[in-house]
Design a protein around this ligand. Structure first.
Ligand SMILES: *Cc1c(COP(=O)(O)O)cnc(C)c1O
Length: 219
């Protein structure tokens, strides 16, 4: 199947209100253009340098999402153009995003990453850290970031019950947070292997790479 066909196949299987982020990391510009020509406008990258190069080379109406773990010293390179930062997992990082956004006179939408998986290799805040962050004076004072929701990654396992449980847990944290911050609307969960379960559990944004662009070669 071509990229266009795979994209259309995936889109026909997800509700219209769920945003599809086409995860294009490691893929060449031609592959992104093929998806672009099929109507895709939202792309996800996990390396700042790579995202910048693609932003410079590709059409300007693309929305670039940073989905990877982000180092503070890299924020400045994408503050001008990034549309949504998914993996924010500390107040320090949020403060840096706020500072860099201010330099460009922008408000950058952000998601806080919540740790829901069993593996401790996956980044993210726990519930207590989330509460502390949103109640801090520093957070309340930030003018150039906008917290729009949460993001999480399930354990890499074939155990569907486990994955479902983790997504349901994230959805419940999202629901609790929405009581305090009624304007949040984005729940980013689900990748190629588990997005159907994620949508059943309340995802509003799925990040799909290999099912659109084929498997990645990191060598
Ligand atoms: C790579 C990546 C994805 C996409 O993974 P696929 O399994 O290829 O769909 C989604 N989210 C994050 C955070 C990623 O790093």
């Amino acid at each position: 199947m071509s990229i266009k066909d795979k994209l259309e196949h995936i889109k026909s299987g997800i509700p219209e209100k769920v945003t599809l982020v086409a995860v294009s990391k490691t893929k060449p510009n031609e592959a992104l253009l093929e998806a672009y020509e099929a109507g895709q406008r939202v792309f996800g990258e996990n390396k700042v340098q790579e995202m910048m190069e693609k932003w410079e080379a590709l059409p300007k109406d693309i929305e670039w999402h940073m989905i990877g773990h982000l180092q503070r010293n890299k924020v400045k390179y994408m503050a001008e153009f990034v549309s949504l930062i998914h993996g924010v997992d500390s107040l320090k990082l949020l403060k840096e995003i706020d500072k860099q956004a201010q330099k460009h006179d922008r408000v950058i939408p952000c998601l806080l990453q919540i740790h829901i998986a069993e593996e401790d290799t996956k980044f993210g805040l726990d519930k207590k850290e989330l509460e502390e962050l949103i109640h801090s004076e520093d957070f309340k004072a930030m003018k150039n970031i906008k917290l729009v929701g949460l993001m999480g990654m399930a354990t890499f396992t074939s155990d569907e019950t486990q994955i479902r449980k983790e997504f349901a847990h994230l959805k419940s944290i999202f629901g609790d947070l929405k009581q305090q911050l009624p304007n949040i609307s984005v729940l980013s969960m689900g990748m190629s292997g588990d997005y159907q379960i994620a949508i059943e559990e309340g995802s509003t944004m799925v990040r799909i790479g290999s099912s659109i662009f084929g498997s990645r070669n990191y060598s």
